[in-house]
Design a binder for this molecule. Structure first.
Ligand code: PLP
Length: 403
């Protein structure tokens, strides 16, 4: 006890973080939103189009179900993999709605879609494995792949080509170490919906590489422009269902972002491993919140439809407004609640553009660099019609100015 520990206690101890923590990239968007808040506190009039969540409250009948569960004493630990009734209901939804035959053993209830992806990457990927991520991508995919020791391999696309997936580039990127392909439709940040023919072409490629698995992130499945259809990869390619893992959740369709409720659908051995990981890390998702999710699935879907219709009208307003501005190249979004226009050619950095937008015009946007395309910016239409119009009028002078 004498010298060694006493000596150590007297030494100033620098905090030494793990390599993992050191390698983690801080969110590019954090600096912008912190600055937007600071400006707002200083009394500046800020127009924020950076929201990544529905601007609705959770429908009442879902809230009521969770309140009832609290009163009924659903306040204890539950099974790590999720409430058995909810797992069953999710399996029914996959079977009936997505045409992916599933049972409760295929389902893990997670702390948002985010934890479904995190757990999946942890249980599937080894150091040295490669994950194919088509750009523009949701910003957490590469970081989560790195946290699992794997290497993200980005497949670029361009606004000029409608952000369509370059199938030759995709296939050329496949090596013996490629383990997982990520697809996301409707997509964040582009609002792009992958068409049936494109999904089928991707399936053809996946068939040629038996080691390759697919993660299909379908979290925006209900937010579709009229005339669009959501295609689940595993339903279009049933022979690949065993190799396809579906990520989804309640955040976007039912306006339940803060509830932290998502799910993973995968073969039972993957679910078992991900549940074991969950049992050693977070345990079950909040028990009474799961009762809210059960009500969401079992109740009327009218609320989902009416919120989706409202996003459609606001997406159209944003799309029309952006099309009318000089200097932008817009791939019209067909789903989710974002638009991802390409900036004029003279703009060399999306981050510099977003900083100028905030400082000069009080307009908060998300730089495309965060999503793997530094030539674009993301605008959200999960705001009021007035905010969209205000945002567009603040954007216009920036496009002509030298940055
Ligand atoms: N996937 C995509 C494409 C997203 O945009 C998000 C959230 O913004 C998620 C997954 C995670 O959603 P959550 O963890 O809130 O359920």
């Amino acid at each position: 006890m004498r010298t060694r520990w006493r000596g150590a206690a007297l030494m100033p101890r620098p905090t030494v973080l793990s390599n993992r923590a050191e390698a983690l990239k801080p969110s590019l968007t954090l600096a912008i939103s912190a600055r937007a808040k600071a400006l707002q506190q200083d009394g500046r009039d800020i127009c924020s189009m950076s929201a990544g969540e529905p601007d609705f409250n959770t429908p009442d009948f879902i809230v009521e179900a969770a309140i009832k569960a609290l009163h009924d004493g659903v306040t204890r630990y539950g099974p790590a993999a999720g409430d058995p009734e909810l797992r069953e209901a999710i399996a029914d939804k996959l079977t009936q709605h997505n045409n992916i035959p599933s049972t409760a053993t295929n389902v893990l209830v997670t702390n948002g879609g985010k934890q479904a992806i995190f757990n999946l990457f942890q249980v599937l990927l080894n150091p040295g494995d490669q994950v194919l991520i088509p750009a523009p991508y949701w910003l957490s995919y590469p970081e989560m792949a790195r946290l699992a020791g794997a290497k993200p391999v980005v497949i670029p696309s361009s606004a000029e080509e409608g952000f369509s997936l370059d199938l030759d580039a995709l296939e050329a990127a496949i090596t013996p170490n490629t383990r997982l392909l990520v697809i996301n439709s409707p997509g964040n940040p582009t609002g792009r919906v992958i068409e049936r023919s494109e999904m089928l072409a991707v399936a053809e490629i996946v068939r040629r590489y038996p080691q390759l698995l697919v993660m299909s992130d379908e979290i925006y499945e209900y937010l579709l422009e009229e005339g669009e259809t959501h295609h689940s990869f595993a339903a279009l390619a049933p022979d690949l269902a065993e190799r396809t893992m579906v990520v989804n959740g309640f955040a976007k369709g039912w306006a339940m972002t803060g509830w932290r409720l998502g799910y993973l659908v995968a073969p039972p051995e993957v679910i078992k491993a991900a549940a074991a990981l969950q049992s050693q890390s977070t345990s079950n998702v909040c028990s009474f919140a799961q009762r809210g999710a059960l009500a969401a699935l079992r109740g009327s879907q009218d609320c989902v439809k009416s919120m989706a219709a409202s996003f459609n009208s606001r997406r159209r307003l944003l799309t029309q407004g952006l099309k009318a501005l000089d200097g932008l190249t817009l791939v019209p979004p067909r789903g989710a609640f974002y638009a991802f226009p390409k900036l004029p050619d003279h703009v060399s950095s999306s981050l510099a553009f977003c900083e100028a937008a905030l400082e000069r015009e009080g307009l908060a946007l998300v730089p495309g660099a965060a999503f793997g395309d530094d030539r674009c910016v993301r605008l959200s239409c999960a705001v009021s019609h007035e905010t969209i119009e205000d945002g567009l009028s603040r954007l216009e002078p920036l496009l002509a100015s030298q940055l």
